[in-house]
Design a protein around this ligand. Structure first.
Ligand code: NIG
Ligand code: FE
Length: 421
């Protein structure tokens, strides 16, 4: 078959092993790393990836050939946990943080998430759209081609809906593909005066059915944490969401281990997120029930803690893990997934191959898109990050610099030389 486009002469191409499911435990050590190879693209999809020169049967009079001598290619990166859409920012809390006031204490005083709720409620659709678009523009130049985005800064229907509609509109208009998660259960809003049970019941009775009816999200998530929502409340909400057909995620063991992992295992949540405080018993449960551990080391870094999630233990226990930014205005204000990948190495001692698998193939399965993205299997979408790096190790070792040079989405060049086109 004749290719539309062939990207040639890569010094390395990182090809995750794609067996139709996330890579678990020791499988995450494996990848096909092709030396001196090419990527042939047809109709926005992968036609062939192989070593050497492309054969003449792939090349027609209209085939565009682009030379990428000395560069590394990987599948487009997938940021599978972000709080993308919000009003305002929280640099005013930074000094408090530096003076030792904890994240949960700032929240207790009405700051933190609740401060962003106030800014988001008063922001217009256009304002939220522009702000989120700017974040996506930054993400794409760092090599990201798919993003999971959560609501959760409205905590009332009007604003939660506005956030979800912003995600829907961006999914139409922006080259990045978005996967939407409904997360009204992010904090108890002031109107409920600390009554988490009543708020959860309101979400179940009034919001969940509307999110479903208007097809505004595929996943449902909740913040299971001391002083936020209990494991019992999390179970109640996620069970109701599951009955309505939502796929599940849960913020669990971020700061304290209060049972969120058990909820994830029991309800077969696709993933449990954060897991900084995960216990050995929790890890065993997640491994047995096939829950993906989504690790967010940028949050540990930004919360100024040294309790990074025990990634190695999770791999030893046979879990599948992913890494993502948690991009949000409070606990992890960043759009740079490369820095998160580097923290995966520097702070969790993952290898470059494990890290690349975490943000490609495993992240694809964690957002429910394992059949179309995350690897270079023939027929998958040609979402490609091209790195100004000669091999897989280099972008993890050379840190805090954007090393993604070009990005292809559905076979089209969407970012060139660090500039969005
Ligand atoms: O994943 N944990 C809850 N939510 C976010 C933080 C949101 C915020 O601080 O605004 C998180 O860390
Ligand atoms: Fe989060």
């Amino acid at each position: 078959m004749i290719a539309d486009k062939i990207l040639t002469n890569f010094s390395q191409i990182f090809c995750p092993i794609d067996n139709g499911q996330p890579l678990k435990g020791a499988e995450m050590d494996q990848a096909d790393v092709i030396e001196n190879g090419f990527i042939a693209i047809k109709d926005g999809k992968i036609l062939k990836v192989a070593a050497g020169e492309p054969e003449t049967s792939l090349i027609g009079s209209h085939t565009k050939i682009v030379d990428y001598s000395g560069k590394l290619a990987s599948p487009g990166l997938i940021d599978c946990h972000t709080h993308l859409v919000y009003g305002g920012s929280r640099e005013n809390e930074f000094a408090k943080k530096l003076n030792g006031v904890s994240y949960l204490d700032i929240l207790k005083e009405g700051g933190g998430i609740l401060s962003t709720v106030r800014s988001t409620r008063s922001a217009s659709f256009e304002n939220l759209y522009d702000k989120s678009k700017r974040l996506l523009d930054q993400m794409i130049i760092h090599g990201v081609t798919t993003v999971e985005a959560k609501s959760g800064y409205g905590l009332n229907w009007e604003t939660e809906k506005r956030q979800l509609e912003v995600v829907k509109e961006l999914n139409h208009n922006h080259p990045i593909d978005l996967v939407s998660t409904f997360m009204a259960a992010h904090a108890v809003p002031p109107e409920f005066d600390g009554d988490g049970d009543a708020f959860i019941e309101m979400i179940i009775a009034e919001m969940l059915p509307q999110v479903k009816e208007e097809n505004l999200a595929e996943f449902c998530d909740i913040f299971c944490e001391t002083g936020v929502f209990t494991a019992k409340q999390s179970f109640r909400l996620l069970e109701a969401a599951k009955e309505l057909g939502f796929k599940l995620r849960i913020h669990a063991d971020e700061i304290d281990s209060i049972g969120g992992v058990d909820v994830a295992a029991e309800l077969k949540s696709v993933s449990a997120e954060h897991l900084m405080a995960a216990t050995d018993e929790g890890i065993k449960k997640m491994s047995e029930s096939g829950v993906i551990g989504n690790l967010l080391p940028g949050t540990t870094f930004s919360l100024m803690k040294d309790t990074y999630a025990p990634a190695k233990k999770m791999l030893e226990a046979g879990m599948a893990i992913t890494l993502s930014t948690d991009s949000n205005p409070g606990s992890c204000p960043t759009s740079n997934i490369q820095f998160i990948m580097q923290l995966g190495c520097f702070k969790m001692y993952l290898t470059p191959v494990q890290v690349f698998n975490a943000v490609t193939i495993n992240a694809a399965y964690s957002v429910g898109l394992g059949d179309t993205i995350g690897s270079f299997k023939e027929g998958k979408l040609a979402d490609i990050a091209i790195w100004d790096a000669p091999n897989v190790d280099y972008p993890l070792y050379f840190f805090a610099t954007n090393l993604v040079q070009d990005v292809y989405k559905h076979g089209e060049l969407v970012s060139k030389n660090h500039q969005i086109l």
